[in-house]
Design a protein around this ligand. Structure first.
Ligand SMILES: NC(=O)C1=CN([C@@H]2O[C@H](COP(=O)(O)OP(=O)(O)OC[C@H]3O[C@@H](n4cnc5c(N)ncnc54)[C@H](O)[C@@H]3O)[C@@H](O)[C@H]2O)[C@@H](O)CC1
Ligand SMILES: [K+]
Length: 520
């Protein structure tokens, strides 16, 4: 699992460390670690002299980049071209001196010529900028040292212009965080660096694991001796976590101890969703799957999933809502009975996963306080839910949720006292804020997995994990991971049907469980 700490907690840990260390020691540790990574990324071809260009901003992030260039000159021992492009009039002073001493070429792209000097010809493009554009176009490695954890989202025009000049073959390494992104990972989208790799210091930050993670590329954490004494703010499960979390049966287990999952889904109109959820639950290894629904989908499930049992009865967790019409016509007796079954499940004290049409039945927290609840909306469903229930979000639409996914997932978690799994290319799992639990973010699925029915499969998977006794955060994040990996395994690099994702789950789980014995 990757754990990430908030910027405030990192700053506090840095202050504690700095109080014990000589001046500048932390930056030296950061810059040395960074220089080592850069050295390892230099091209093997020795026929041309490698060129490393650093974009340097005005804060300590720029200081890291300048010091890293200075260290590189010593570290590599072979001839190197090193260039620092200043995007600020006030670069880190000691870093700049060190870079000059190490014969790093300094280019001022700000238009001031050199620090503090007035522009002679305001209209003319400064020479430093033209040379910088040229160097960026042919650099082997580009270091993004413009903004670090002190950065606000968005980039100055000058930096955007310089980034546009970076050649396609350059290996872009973000120093600590990709500049322009929100270090807390709350705001996604907007302008910002897309890095091939990010070298961060002390620990991962939320930007590295939340919806912005795709901009970070490969992540390396350089140990600078920080002592984090708080809980992480964000987490991401990786493949090696599956074995520890997945409910693996022992010789004493039977179908009841493994967990019976009940599915109240679909109706006479939407008959496919129940089939997908039930299939996913069976394939995820539920002890037993019970389907509650009208004759049409029941017949379909009977024909396709002989393992399932039918009608109300005892379960350990409910999946409520895939393909459910929450507002049937008054003459639709079967539809009304299905809604009644869904309400009974929601009013029970049992763990419930609430998806799609089931969300339309919620007017507030479930009546049984403390009953485990996992809501699984996509962005449109979350917007609709909050616009209906939160007077401050009456105008919220899908785009608003996509821009600030965490803000709105948290809001729903607070309002409904439930864990919210917000589906998307990054899937967030957010417990009610009062729990203090870290946000989980998973981005394991190929874009091909975004098809109709894929969410019904996820519901069956996560419901099975709830029935096996996992808490909603583990159940949701583990299901999201396995769902994504199964989608990939089912057809690497190509289209994948929702049903195939479900059918791939047994083999994918086996493969992920086997990793534990390979690794351990
Ligand atoms: N504090 C420490 O002990 C250490 C800090 N380190 C480095 O220091 C970085 C943090 O340094 P700083 O706090 O100086 O912050 P930054 O280097 O992120 O720079 C912040 C500066 O940029 C300006 N700024 C912020 N957003 C902007 C935007 N969108 N457009 C234009 N200007 C913007 C701010 O006004 C501020 O002056 C870390 O990310 C890391 O790279 C490392 O050297 C490790 C040790
Ligand atoms: K950066």
């Amino acid at each position: 699992m990757i754990h990430a700490w908030s910027v405030d907690d990192v700053r506090a840990a840095e202050e504690r460390a700095m109080a014990q260390l000589p001046d500048g020691e932390l930056m030296q540790r950061a810059a040395t670690g960074l220089a080592q990574v850069v050295a390892a990324r230099l091209p093997d071809d020795t026929s041309t002299q490698p060129l490393v260009v650093a974009l340097v901003g005005g804060g300590n992030n720029g200081g890291d980049a300048l010091w890293a260039l200075a260290h590189l000159a010593d570290l590599v021992g072979e001839p190197l071209d090193l260039v620092a492009v200043l995007t600020t009039e006030t670069p880190h002073e000691e870093g700049l001196r060190a870079a000059r001493r190490a014969k790093v070429e300094i280019l001022d792209a700000t238009g001031q010529g050199s620090r503090g000097r007035r522009k002679a010809e305001p209209q003319a493009e400064p020479k430093g900028r033209a040379k910088a554009v040229e160097a960026l176009g042919v650099a082997d490695v580009v270091l993004d040292g413009v903004l670090g954890i002190g950065g606000r989202p968005g980039l100055p025009d000058l930096v955007t212009e310089l980034l546009d000049a970076v050649g396609d073959d350059a290996h872009v390494i973000a120093v600590d965080v990709p500049s322009g992104t929100d270090p807390m990972g709350e705001l996604v989208g907007g302008t910002g660096v897309f890095a091939d790799e990010t070298v961060t210091f002390g620990c991962a930050k939320p930007v590295h694991v939340l919806g912005t993670a795709g901009r970070c590329g490969m992540l390396t954490v350089v140990d600078i001796g920080l002592d984090l004494d708080t809980l992480p703010a964000a987490e991401r499960l990786d493949h090696d976590d599956v074995a520890a979390l997945w409910p693996t049966p022992g010789p004493e287990d039977d179908k009841y101890s493994r967990g019976v999952v009940g599915v109240v889904a679909g109706g006479e109109v939407y008959t496919g969703a129940p089939l997908l959820s039930v299939t996913a639950a069976v394939c995820a290894g539920a002890g037993m799957v019970r389907y509650v629904g009208p004759p049409g989908p029941t017949q379909l499930v009977r024909a396709e999933v002989p393992e399932a049992v039918h009608g109300p009865g005892r379960v350990q967790a409910w999946v409520v809502g895939p393909g459910l019409d929450a507002h049937p016509h008054s003459w639709d007796q079967l539809g009304l009975a299905q809604v009644e079954a869904a309400r009974r499940a929601l009013d029970s004290e049992l763990p419930c996963l609430v998806d799609a049409g089931g969300l339309d039945l919620l007017d507030g927290p479930r009546t049984q306080a403390g009953a485990r609840t996992l809501l699984t909306p996509h962005a449109g469903e979350l917007a609709r839910l909050l616009a209906r229930l939160d007077p401050d979000a009456s105008e919220l639409d899908r785009a608003g949720v996509v821009a600030e996914p965490l803000r709105w997932a948290r809001r729903a978690a607070e309002l409904l006292r439930a864990t919210v799994l917000l589906k998307g290319s990054t899937t967030y799992v957010v417990a009610p804020p009062a729990s203090g639990l870290a946000v989980r973010a998973q981005a394991d699925a190929p874009a091909w997995a975004g098809t109709a029915g894929s969410g019904d499969v996820l519901a069956g998977l996560a419901g099975t994990l709830l029935a096996a006794g996992l808490d909603p955060v583990d159940a949701g994040s583990l299901a999201a991971l396995v769902h994504g990996v199964a989608a990939h395994d089912a057809n690497p690099g190509g289209p994948v049907r929702a049903l195939e994702i479900a059918q791939q789950v047994p083999a994918t789980v086996a493969r992920l469980l086997a990793r534990a014995s390979e690794v351990g």
